[in-house]
Ligand binder design. Structure first.
Ligand code: UGA
Length: 437
């Protein structure tokens, strides 16, 4: 059996590497030739724990990387993992996936195999049946369900644990008609993930499951963030103790209750906006989802208000930002709240210096010489009038009185409460912990 994977981003490259390292005959396909050439040499285009090792392991076995779609005609399973970004209105932009599907259609046309296409990309309900299926049938001159299979197979991996999540998914969702293709794919996944539940449903439900999953995670974060804002106004109240305790109730669960500066990254903000836009389009007012988003956007405003309350005007003040990655163990800064905060502080005239263990190169691409960059935490803090901890990198938990000794004014705003238990000789303001001053 040969497996093709179209689109070598986080999802596609993780899947490619994991399947190849397990010995499957895999071809990873991406239109970006430069990216393909790097990946063929065992160099991932982004940082993800264990990815490089897994990719190299795969390359020693039966893995090929191609920028030419013609290899698709020889594949039995074809996973589509291309991006589905948002357009200016927040709606989903299907242009990349439509193009990829058209190329896949053209190539399955000449295949003698009974192929199955699995859509992993996040798409709003109805997309597979109403848009992807017609393009495939038109370009291949074949019939879905008879000549080829088409299955919705949403992905739930998280960046920073992508390899582990790809190897051990909490669930496998297969959406589509109960055809011979579905049966084969079900067998494939049962062998691949013997301990993961497999949910078989229709296309539109599978598509909606993905949005339900991400919007629920976003809801948990906005819920705890709103509570954290309340706590901040109750002297002595601590959001972490609250989250830890309510998380013990199995009906609530302990994960995704870490209060912070709001959710960022390439998925939750985009998928929330796409779902809101979709609901509006089909005539359902998504008032609750809108509130989740509004609460998220307010977090950054609240942080700036706190900063101005403590510093007065921030014009010309030197501010250190610790962490630009949207979460630890990644170099990804897409839709990172830290990047948004820096933009707002620059608008207000602040002089910014940033530190991040992995994301400095990506940060430089955005701010060029508008801000300063530091490779060490101590240097980033030298002469600074305020430090803002944005990403919970474990390096930052080691900050102590010695690390901050060269700060000009010892004001620390900790959006992740990493230093809450330390005896720091500074004006320490933690998001979610009530303070008297
Ligand atoms: C998210 C989902 O968690 C994955 O299940 C999903 O597959 C993925 O989107 C996707 O759709 O592709 P990811 O974007 O990697 O994964 O990041 P998360 O770990 O969900 O974090 C998102 C944001 O929420 C980060 O800014 C993080 O700091 C924030 N967050 C997360 C919190 O503020 N508190 C928490 O308790 C958890």
């Amino acid at each position: 059996m040969k497996i093709g994977i179209v689109g070598l981003g986080f999802v596609g490259l993780s899947l490619t590497s994991v399947l190849a390292s397990k010995g499957f005959n895999v071809v990873g396909i991406d239109v970006n030739k430069e990216k393909c050439s790097q990946i063929s040499k065992g160099i991932p285009p982004f940082f993800e724990p264990d990815l490089e090792k897994t990719l190299r392991n795969g390359l020693r076995k039966k893995l090929e990387i191609k920028s030419d779609f013609s290899v698709i005609h020889d594949c039995d399973l074809i996973f589509v993992t291309v991006g589905t970004p948002q357009n200016r209105t927040g709606a989903i932009d299907l242009s990349i996936i439509k193009k990829a599907i058209a190329s896949i259609g053209n190539n399955i046309k000449v295949s003698k195999k009974q192929q199955t296409i699995l859509i992993k990309s996040t798409v709003v309900p109805g997309t597979v049946k109403d848009i992807i299926l017609p393009i495939l049938e038109k370009n291949s001159k074949k019939k879905a369900g008879r000549d080829f299979g088409l299955i919705s197979n949403p992905e739930f991996l998280q960046e920073s644990t992508a390899i582990k999540d790809t190897k051990f998914p909490h669930a496998v969702v297969l959406g589509g008609y109960k055809t011979k293709f579905m049966k084969k794919v079900q067998e494939f996944f049962t062998k691949l993930h013997p301990n993961s539940p497999i949910i078989i449903t229709n296309h539109q439900t599978a598509e909606m499951i993905k949005y339900a999953n991400n919007s629920f995670l976003a809801t948990k974060i906005s819920f705890i963030n709103q509570l954290s804002n309340i706590c901040q106004n109750i002297p002595g109240a601590n959001i972490d103790d609250i989250a830890k305790t309510i998380g013990l109730d199995p009906r609530i669960g302990r994960l995704f209750l870490n209060a912070g500066p709001g959710y960022g990254g390439s998925c939750l903000p985009k998928d929330m906006k796409a779902l809101i836009n979709f609901a509006d389009r089909i005539g359902v007012k998504p008032s609750f989802l809108n509130e989740v988003e509004k609460t998220n956007q307010k977090q950054i405003t609240n942080m700036i208000s706190l900063l101005e309350r403590k510093m007065g005007s921030i014009n010309r003040k030197k501010i250190t930002i610790l962490g630009t990655a949207f979460k630890p163990e990644t170099d990804d800064i897409r839709d990172s709240i830290s990047i948004k905060l820096i933009k707002k502080l620059i608008e207000k005239g602040a002089r910014i210096i940033v530190h991040d263990p992995k994301a400095i190169e990506n940060t430089k691409k955005i701010f060029l010489n508008k801000i300063e960059y530091s490779e060490s935490i101590i240097n980033a803090l030298t002469n600074s009038q305020c430090a803002i901890i944005m990403t919970q990198w474990k390096e930052y938990s080691k900050i102590n009185n010695n690390t901050i000794r060269r700060m000009n004014k010892k004001l620390i705003i900790d959006s992740r409460r990493i230093l809450a238990d330390k005896n720091i000789d500074a004006d320490y303001q933690a998001i979610g912990i009530g303070n008297n001053n």
